[in-house]
Design a protein around this ligand. Structure first.
Ligand code: ADP
Ligand code: ZN
Length: 759
């Protein structure tokens, strides 16, 4: 063609515009523009953390956007440096931060802060290192013999290296020889050994061994569900629905997660698995590491029991694309995985997915949002789905998959309800801990060499100390709730603020020395059990006794190997544990959750009882569950007893439309105020309510401000204001405008919780 052979025309002079970054300052939330210096240009993208000059200070900021120009371009200062070698936030995570900020009415800065573990933010890329040593110029036999005499330690190190194939790390050698560091140093100088620095991962599971496991052959039900899941995976993103995998405990949900993930990995994509903190046990992780044993180093784990250093290293493992499966609790929804192929949320109904400080996000809801942004499938699993999710599944918004049978074809355990009103009359002090029915059942299982789990969601020995004369209960002065008596420590403890004090000898009101130590928690239940079953091997699991690292793991291990007959504990033992020899599960007091002042009390009770029942009879022997309650006819208990989720859900939904109407018929927003001055806290909410009422979106119900169920905590009085709406977006907009507009008294703290999980 005509151009061929022509001299190349010189390109126009580069008119590349000044590149400018719009950054968000982490401390002050200012958004400012800075120039991108040429030498940093390659490293700066949206999501990069940078240092910038501001007045005379150096501040940290996050790049939100790259701009081609700015009206102030010639006045802008350049970015000083980048933090870390690549962007800390992916483009999708920046979008997710914006979404979270808008929905939960929390500044972007705060959301970005919540997205990074503390150690990643404050000490990024500080890895531990070790020296890798190679025996490069080993002395010959003669020289070695000489060395043996002149420098025996050097000879020893050479021997050690020879016996390990000529290579070792310094820390390995130091386990053999305390002074290895200096000796190695001398050998390096003599050029006998060469050394190089290597990064050491703080691996929380480095001492664990994982036996490989293979995929199981699906049952018919699992196969049907898996076919649907694969179809969903292959559906175009804009037509794809979130999946609810609704399956009874032991129906093989986890097996489906594992195989769905295996499929995703074959597509060279990554997987994010959210698990409630409490279920994130070594067993859970072991199941993943065993199944994917060929790449077990590429599984990262994120949860709050890791040390700072471990969390830092796990995070960077994900960040540097060295992990393709992440298993984590709530905050792992922000794991910086790229190329996501699936998000799994196990036990999607768990309230612990809700963050209890700003930003008060719900990780399951963010999973739905993130999946949409990442254009990847999302799989929610539960035996007792939240009513929110169930409603979405029933209406066709989600794909509803069912697993109705346990894979072992065991029938569900027999559930019996024990009416404690009858038991109470038989006791001397009116405190019925162990009914006759339960006592006999325990004795029988003990006699048969089977194991028992008893569940009581309250710690301590006595739950109240009351004056028999004037009726005054000893309360925490800061929180106004009854103190719990802890016998081992001989202290009264406030379960809200942790305040501890000596138990009084007499009533502070009337000086009467006749104080009644009433009610019971796990500590007292344990003592009773030890008296009633003196030869049984009993262990207690709650946060009072499980304070040493690995103590929980060790206790559960002993229980599994049947060194313990009976485990009594709080919700720590209700979840995700699989003990084949447990044939009896007892709930000592089902009313604890039933009596919560919350419209979700029945839902929580149903979930808890179903969960607990799933612990019994997982092995060869049929299991049995005994529920002690003063409200034997309450629907939550009766539906749980018959394992009737649909029946429960329908009556509960109807109940919630008759009262409220409560979620999921509406969205709730809970605004709280707290202050040392009760009147001020209340007045602030009244004021806010008045302003809101002026232009509430249609279909919004606003309650009057009232004291919170926990009316006082940490010395502050607490009030709350409940809004229910079927138009969440307009209400959020209005709430945001009103909050921005108002100034609150300095002595009052105002919080807001969108879609709260507890009132
Ligand atoms: P869930 O997560 O629903 O509680 P799991 O996936 O943990 O259920 O399965 C319960 C038990 O059944 C586990 O011990 C698991 O190994 C086993 N299991 C799951 N699927 C199968 C299958 N297809 N064949 C045999 N055993 C299975
Ligand atoms: Zn207190």
């Amino acid at each position: 063609s005509g151009m061929d052979g022509d001299a190349p025309t010189s390109p126009p002079p580069p008119t590349t515009p000044q590149r400018i970054a719009r950054v968000l300052l982490e401390e002050t939330a200012l958004e400012l523009d800075y120039l991108i210096p040429d030498d940093l240009a390659a490293r700066i993208q949206p999501g990069t953390r940078v240092h910038i000059p501001l007045q005379n200070r150096k501040e940290t900021a996050v790049v939100l956007q790259i701009l081609d120009d700015s009206p102030f371009a010639d006045k802008l200062k350049p970015i000083s440096s980048t933090v870390g070698s690549r962007p800390m936030f992916t483009a999708t995570l920046l979008q997710l931060a914006q979404w979270t900020s808008q929905y939960y009415l929390s500044p972007v800065r705060q959301v970005l802060r919540a997205m990074l573990p503390e150690a990643v933010r404050s000490k990024p890329e500080t890895f531990l290192s070790d020296s890798h040593l190679t025996l490069t110029n080993p002395p010959d036999a003669e020289a070695l013999e000489k060395l043996q005499k002149t420098a025996p330690l050097q000879a020893r190190i050479i021997h050690l290296l020879q016996s390990s194939g000529g290579e070792a790390t310094l820390s390995q050698l130091r386990q053999q020889l305390h002074s290895a560091t200096q000796v190695v140093h001398a050998l390096v100088r003599k050029n006998i050994i060469s050394r190089s620095e290597v990064r050491v991962e703080r691996d929380p599971f480095q001492d664990e061994e994982f036996l490989p496991s293979s995929p199981l052959t699906f049952t018919e039900e699992q196969q049907a569900a898996f076919t649907q899941i694969l179809l969903n995976l292959n559906t175009p993103a804009d037509e794809r629905k979130p999946i609810l995998l609704h399956g009874v405990t032991g129906s093989g949900k986890t097996e489906l997660y594992l195989q769905a993930i295996a499929h995703v990995l074959t597509q060279n994509q990554t997987a994010l698995v959210l698990v409630p903190e409490i279920s994130l046990t070594p067993q859970t992780i072991e199941r993943f590491k065993s199944r994917f044993s060929d790449r077990k180093e590429r599984i990262a784990v994120l949860h709050s029991h890791l040390s700072e250093g471990e969390r830092h290293d796990e995070w960077f493992k994900i960040h540097e694309n060295r992990a393709d499966i992440v298993i984590g609790a709530r905050s792992a929804i922000f794991a910086p995985l790229q190329n996501l192929g699936i998000i799994v949320v196990d036990e999607e109904h768990e309230p612990s997915y809700k963050q209890d400080e700003n930003p008060r996000y719900h990780a399951r809801d963010l999973a739905i949002v993130r999946a949409k942004l990442e254009k990847c499938p999302v799989l929610l699993g539960s035996a007792t789905p939240s009513l929110e999710t169930w409603t979405n599944a029933r209406s066709g918004k989600y794909l509803h998959l069912h697993l109705t049978k346990r894979t072992d074809h065991k029938t569900l355990p027999l559930i019996r309800v024990v009416d404690m009103r009858l038991e109470k009359r038989k006791t001397k002090d009116g405190v019925a801990i162990l009914s006759e029915v339960l006592r006999i059942a325990i004795q029988r299982r003990l006699d048969q060499g089977e194991q028992i789990i008893l569940f009581l969601n309250r710690r301590g020995f006595n739950t109240a100390v009351t004056c028999l004369d004037c009726g005054t209960t000893v309360r925490c002065p800061d929180c106004d709730i009854p103190f719990t008596f802890h016998k081992t420590d001989n202290r009264l403890v406030c379960h809200v603020c942790g305040m501890r004090s000596l138990p009084p000898k007499k009533c502070a009101q009337c000086n009467t020395p006749t104080l009644l130590f009433g009610g019971f928690g796990t500590e007292r239940a344990e003592a009773t059990l030890r008296t009633v079953f003196p030869t049984a091997r009993i262990a207690r699991v709650d946060t009072d006794v499980m304070n040493r690292k690995n103590q929980l793991r060790d206790t559960l291990r002993d229980f599994r190997s049947q060194k313990i007959d009976l485990l009594i504990g709080t919700q720590m033992i209700a979840k995700g544990l699989d003990f084949p020899n447990v044939t009896l599960v007892g709930v000592l007091n089902a009313d604890l959750s039933l009596n919560l002042p919350d419209f979700r009390a029945a839902e929580r009770t149903f979930q808890l009882l179903t969960q607990v029942a799933g612990r019994a009879g997982r092995g060869e022997i049929k299991g049995e569950v005994l529920i002690q309650t003063y409200a034997p006819h309450s629907p939550a208990i009766q539906f749980a007893r018959h394992a009737d989720y649909d029946g429960y859900a329908e009556q509960e939904l109807e109940h919630r439309s008759n009262f409220g109407p409560y979620p999921p018929h509406t969205h709730a927003i809970l605004i709280g105020s707290r202050s040392k001055q009760a009147a001020l806290a209340e007045f602030t909410l009244q004021n806010l309510a008045t302003k809101l009422k002026k232009s509430l979106p249609n279909g919004t119900i606003i309650h009057d401000p009232c004291p919170s169920p926990l009316a006082k905590a940490h010395g502050q009085y607490r009030f709350q204001l409940l809004l229910l709406t079927d138009k969440i977006r307009p209400l959020l907009a209005q709430l945001k405008a009103t909050l921005t507009d108002m100034t609150f008294p300095e002595e009052v703290i105002v919080t807001w919780d969108i879609d709260p999980t507890t009132l």
